[in-house]
Design a protein around this ligand. Structure first.
Ligand SMILES: C[S@@+](CC[C@H](N)C(=O)[O-])C[C@H]1O[C@@H](n2cnc3c(N)ncnc32)[C@H](O)[C@@H]1O
Length: 282
């Protein structure tokens, strides 16, 4: 993991704020069909006993497994921050699934046995560690399933343009990709299938279209979102004292009082992978 990805991952260290922001995103999402339901629909997971959630955070994807697994199922949540353990166990309790939590980050997967999991899930995290795909294939049983959800590009382009616009007004024209654009492009709708097909023979791709709608008066929610993720949009190197960060916040507050609001495209993609290529997994 490069220094930049590491500093972006740091955003997620505050587990409680992450969960609050996730609530704000859900509140403003236009598509009322739950993406996790779409990912799991049609799959019979009632025989799944050994499960892994990679980059599990507070257990957003794990929660959706409620009632779908074998009664003796046990899930292991893996994240790089121990701060998620308590939240993850809470989600597992809600879902009625026995759980374990490992905070060593993705590298723990290297020590896991071949062909040992029935189901592996990973939502909005594989762009942090796409180099782990061959291990995911290696540790999956022959009849196992790997389900991953990630973003479609361009992601949140109206918000990116909006942030760039405020920076420009303040004399800063950012021509390079913003940090999150670089991060997300490591595993997205554009290259995801290609990265996976070297390690899985069957890949089903499903699109999920949605947008976030922030109306007049919703500036507090949008500011909270931006506060949490500001280093995804403004490189730390050009804003060491958070001056630009504050200018964007002032801009959001003013604009959301005078304009009709902001609609932000937030399309995602789901990959359901089976038939791991155990001969070529290296
Ligand atoms: C956008 S969040 C997604 C969390 C959760 N899967 C969800 O859908 O809400 C990305 C998660 O990946 C975790 N993460 C980032 N780098 C990681 C790494 N190298 N190993 C394990 N987890 C990592 C972060 O700590 C964070 O919890």
């Amino acid at each position: 993991m490069s220094g930049e990805e590491f500093s972006l991952a740091k955003v997620f260290q505050n587990a409680e704020t992450h969960r609050e922001i996730s609530g704000i995103v859900a509140k403003h999402l236009s598509n009322r069909e739950d993406i996790r339901g779409q990912a799991l629909n049609g799959l019979n997971l009632s025989g799944s006993k050994r499960i892994l959630d990679l980059g599990c955070g507070f257990g957003f994807f794990t929660e959706a497994l409620k009632g779908r697994l074998h009664p003796e199922a046990k899930i292991i949540g893996v994240d790089r921050y121990p701060e998620y353990e308590w939240f993850y166990f809470q989600s597992c309790e809600k879902a009625g699934i026995k759980a374990d939590f490992l905070s060593e980050g993705i590298k723990v997967i290297e020590q896991m046995d071949d062909h040992s999991f029935d189901l592996i899930i990973c939502s909005y995290a594989l762009y942090f560690f796409p180099e782990a795909i061959h291990h995911i294939s290696r540790i999956l049983k022959d009849n196992g399933v790997f389900i991953t959800i990630t973003h479609a590009l361009p992601h949140m382009q109206e918000f990116t343009a909006y942030v760039r616009g405020i920076l420009k007004k303040n004399g800063l024209i950012v021509k390079i990709d913003l940090p999150y654009e670089t991060l997300i492009s490591r595993f997205s709708d554009k290259n995801g299938a290609e990265l996976l097909q070297a390690h899985f023979s069957k890949i089903k791709v499903m699109k999920y279209k949605a947008d976030l709608a922030f109306g007049k008066g919703d500036h507090e929610d949008l500011v909270s979102y931006f506060n949490f993720k500001h280093s995804f949009f403004i490189p730390e190197s050009i804003d060491p004292d958070d001056e630009l960060h504050h200018k964007v916040i002032v801009g959001i507050k003013q604009d959301m009082e005078t304009k009709q609001g902001l609609k932000i495209t937030k399309n995602d993609v789901i990959f359901v992978c089976s038939d791991p290529n155990h001969n070529t997994s290296k």
